[in-house]
Design a protein around this ligand. Structure first.
Ligand code: HEC
Ligand code: HEC
Ligand code: HEC
Ligand code: HEC
Length: 225
């Protein structure tokens, strides 16, 4: 009974009032929103409205820069590679030969299979199609075989940075004197770059009069058997 009376009162008096208050609130909110939007950059002005609380003053965007090496890294030179290649210069054959860019199996002395990149690229990703004595960067610039570390760094940025600062790879001789680094291709075959497992050296011989201790197999050896 009490509830019924209350409901009638509610319907007759309160409902229209609630409606009015809500409408007024909405109006205030819309007006506020319109004012807030006036302060933001015009969305048709090449800007996208991000959030209403975006900082009003944004620092000017910086100019994009091409990779200029690692200026903070200690200066270095790289051990040259060209003299180590078995069939360099390439242009003795390739000079007069037309480029054939279709991926196919090649014969020795060329690497038959490319075990690098999981099928994502082929030879001409790295070897300049026209100037075969050169390697080609993605910027269409070419670098010599002595600078192949620049080629590798396009896709392996972190190892290249570690290498330039001395945390990857190896430095010639010792820590003193001129800083000369071994190139990536001293250790990694670019056509199959994973470092292959090596067989361990045999144990040293025992002195005359002594007997070698029985060889306890390693865990890996027991697993193989
Ligand atoms: C003794 C001659 C000779 C030399 C030197 C030579 N090549 Fe080639 N190369 C060939 C021949 C022939 C083919 C085509 C093979 C085929 O079609 O099966 C070829 C094909 C290629 C291809 C496949 C793309 C294309 O244009 O056909 C690449 C990449 C390549 N050579 C890279 C090199 C590089 C890099 C060097 C130098 C380090 C080099 N070659 C040196 C003879 C040579
Ligand atoms: C990831 C980049 C890359 C790709 C892909 C690549 N090469 Fe190379 N290639 C190199 C680099 C770097 C060297 C220099 C190696 C060194 O310094 O020992 C080289 C060396 C060579 C040489 C000279 C080897 C020697 O000892 O004389 C030949 C020939 C060659 N590449 C052919 C090819 C062919 C053919 C393909 C495709 C099947 C291919 N390369 C794919 C980067 C690449
Ligand atoms: C165009 C891009 C590209 C370039 C240039 C390139 N790589 Fe790679 N490399 C890859 C990709 C993608 C993989 C991973 C796929 C695979 O396992 O082959 C890879 C794999 C590797 C691996 C094995 C990594 C692992 O975790 O197993 C090594 C080592 C490597 N590259 C070294 C080199 C060296 C050295 C050079 C320069 C001669 C080079 N790469 C140039 C794309 C590139
Ligand atoms: C002195 C030898 C040496 C030199 C020089 C060297 N590396 Fe390596 N790199 C290694 C060894 C060893 C490993 C570890 C092998 C493994 O885990 O299979 C490795 C691992 C890698 C890997 C795979 C592991 C990872 O961190 O993702 C990449 C990619 C690589 N090196 C790229 C490069 C590049 C690019 C350069 C040149 C800028 C370079 N390396 C120079 C010896 C070398």
């Amino acid at each position: 009974m009490v509830i019924a009376v209350n409901l009638t009162v509610f319907n007759k008096a309160l409902r229209p009032m609630i409606g009015l208050v809500t409408a007024a609130l909405l109006l205030v909110l819309c007006a506020g929103n319109a004012r807030a939007q006036q302060d933001l950059p015009d969305p048709t002005d090449g800007h996208r409205v991000l959030r209403d609380n975006a900082p009003k003053t944004m620092p000017a965007p910086t100019e994009p820069q091409t990779f200029g090496g690692f200026p903070e890294a200690p200066p270095f030179t790289v051990v040259p590679r060209e003299g180590e290649l078995s069939i360099y210069p390439c242009a003795t054959c390739h000079g007069p030969m037309p480029t054939n860019a279709s991926p196919r199996k090649l014969f020795a002395p060329h690497p038959a299979a490319l075990e690098h990149g999981d099928g994502r690229f082929w030879c001409l990703q790295c070897h300049a199609p026209e100037e075969r004595n050169q390697l080609q960067l993605m910027s269409d610039e070419t670098v010599g075989f002595n600078d192949s570390w620049q080629l590798c760094g396009q896709c392996h940025y972190q190892p290249q940075k570690d290498w330039a600062f001395g945390a990857h790879g190896k430095r010639v001789d010792n820590w003193q004197g001129e800083r000369v680094l071994y190139n990536c291709t001293h250790c990694h075959d670019p056509h199959s770059p994973n470092i292959k497992p090596r067989a361990p050296e045999p144990p040293p011989p025992v002195r005359a009069g002594l007997e070698a201790m029985p060889h306890a197999p390693h865990k890996a050896e027991t697993e193989q058997q």
